[in-house]
Ligand binder design. Structure first.
Ligand SMILES: Nc1ncnc2c1ncn2[C@@H]1O[C@H](COP(=O)(O)OP(=O)(O)OP(=O)(O)O)[C@@H](O)[C@H]1O
Ligand SMILES: [Mg+2]
Length: 485
């Protein structure tokens, strides 16, 4: 919806309308005139205005009635009333009914200009806020949670079933699987949606501060507590608190969280006064909390209280069927954001993405698609737009010399550092590989030279030279010293 620009002017006196119209036009505004309250209501039901200016005393329907009707039609529309001289009581009544401002006849043009300018600014701000809210709502709608495969479908159907309830939900899954996204969907589709969703990452806040973040503190509760501060549980009143990384909650605070959920009460740090709170708790963890309970690191009673409705998000590698739809979702998202005109990935690039293990799950994919769209050119992105580890995914190399096994050889340089010439890298790789094989053969043959040479299929002389070259004699000496001490 485009921002409305026209101003509605309603007055039964044609002269006043003329004066208003001309002065508003001089300021660059478009004006629609109405001769009475009913015409004004009709106009407001046909189109959106930037501002309405209503006379109070009009035939058929008076200004106050029109004000109420128009505010029902468009609650954000600022309405300015014109009253007769000495009409202050009526003006106050109008403000009570939701008028933004008023001025008295006869009015100064300067006064009118100021009131109109302020009202329009307010309209524009409100409009922007409404547009942002609309954008957030659509971002938070279920349509933006992608996952049509059985695993995600099950998780989402659970979300739908519990979102309208007050149930405590524990969302588990590896990093980047969408736990926070699910928490947001739960809150913004719940009866608490108009109230705040406050998030707190229990792993990111030092233990000493966490209690005050959660429950607030009184002035002077500790050094540095110069003023009283409300905690998340109080600020989120009638809303939701999202406790991220709940597995990191220090043992000292776990009973207090339990009390906040179960008894719905808290105490600020430095006070023994009980404060009732009304919040819904959604928790998330990338650890297996049941195992944390077994290990004695997490209270069983809190775990059971949190785990009323468990929602598990499987890692992406276990729901590869969702990969194409996710890729498409992110292409659309970033393509619009970055104003490019990418349509998607070439089939081969898609294959590699389906074969890749996605250790960082959906977040990793989001970053990689964004990067590909920024760096890529053309409307179809090929494998070259993907980082090397994904380009190699599913290729024969993946089962042999993967970066991980090359890494075990301790090459002494970053194998992806393209400033080092290829020939130098290959030479280094060969040497490192050869030294490693000789070490292994020597070990297997208990250090006996002839047997080792035979095993490797080289001469004893050649073995001797290679051992010199790779300083394997020194290694043997160090080894035997270590054994003797
Ligand atoms: N199913 C999905 N559909 C669309 N976007 C998703 C989906 N799952 C995750 N994302 C996106 O991936 C990113 C990571 O998700 P989110 O932050 O919810 O993960 P998380 O599980 O909380 O990770 P962490 O444990 O690291 O905090 C977000 O930008 C989120 O919007
Ligand atoms: Mg998260």
């Amino acid at each position: 919806m485009a921002f409305p620009t026209r101003i509605l002017v309603a007055d039964d006196e044609p002269n006043i309308r003329l004066v208003l119209r001309e002065s508003l036009r001089r300021e660059g505004h478009e004006v629609l005139e109405a001769a009475d309250g009913q015409e004004a209501i009709d106009a407001a039901s046909r189109e959106r205005f930037a501002l309405a200016i209503l006379d109070v005393k009009m035939p058929r329907v008076d200004g106050l009635v029109a004000l109420e009707k128009i505010r029902q039609l468009d609650p954000d529309l600022p309405v300015v009333m014109i009253t007769a001289h000495g009409g202050r009581p009526i003006a106050l009544e109008a403000v009570r009914l939701g008028a933004y401002d008023y001025f008295e006849k006869p009015f100064e043009m300067q006064e009118l200009r100021v009131v109109v300018k302020r009202a329009l600014e307010r309209r524009s701000l409100r409009w922007q806020i409404a547009a942002l809210e609309e954008q957030l709502r659509s971002e938070r709608s279920f349509d933006n949670i992608i996952g049509d495969g059985p695993a995600m479908r099950e998780a989402l159907s659970l979300v739908r079933r519990v979102m309208a309830t007050e149930a405590t939900v524990l969302v588990t899954g590896e990093s980047g699987t969408g736990k926070e996204l699910i928490a947001e969907a739960l809150h913004f589709n719940s009866p608490r949606a108009a109230r705040p969703l406050l998030k707190i990452n229990c792993a990111a806040i030092p233990e000493a501060l966490l209690e005050s973040e959660l429950f607030g503190h009184e002035k002077g509760a500790f050094t540095g507590a110069v003023a009283m501060k409300l905690g998340k549980f109080e600020v989120a009143d009638k809303g939701t608190v999202f406790l991220d990384e709940i597995g990191e909650m220090p043992p000292s605070l776990q009973p207090k969280i339990l009390r906040a959920i179960q008894q719905k009460e808290i105490e600020r740090v430095g006070s023994s006064q009980t404060i009732p709170v009304d919040v819904r708790v959604i928790a998330a963890s990338n650890r297996d909390l049941a195992r944390e309970v077994e290990a004695g690191r997490f209270r069983a009673d809190l775990f059971f209280r949190l785990n009323v409705v468990p929602i598990h998000l499987p890692p992406l590698r276990e729901r590869r069927e969702d990969i194409p739809a996710l890729v498409e979702h992110f292409v659309r998202k970033f393509d619009a954001d970055l104003r490019k005109s990418v349509r998607g990935f070439a089939p081969e690039a898609m294959e590699r993405m389906q074969a890749y293990a996605w250790p960082g799950n959906v977040r990793e994919m989001e970053n990689i698609v964004q990067r590909a769209i920024i760096l890529g050119s053309g409307s179809t992105l090929g494998v070259e737009a993907l980082p090397p580890e994904i380009q190699r995914a599913g290729m024969p190399a993946e089962t042999g010399a993967t970066p991980a096994t090359l890494g075990a050889l301790e090459l002494g340089f970053d194998w992806e550092d393209f400033a080092i010439p290829l020939s130098a890298k290959i030479e280094r790789l060969t040497e490192t590989f050869e030294a490693q094989l000789i070490r292994a053969a020597l070990k297997k043959m208990g250090g006996r030279r002839q047997e080792t040479a035979d095993l490797l299929g080289i001469s004893r002389k050649s073995l001797h030279n290679k051992m010199l070259r790779y300083k394997l004699f020194q290694e043997e000496t160090r080894e035997s010293i270590r054994e003797r001490t």
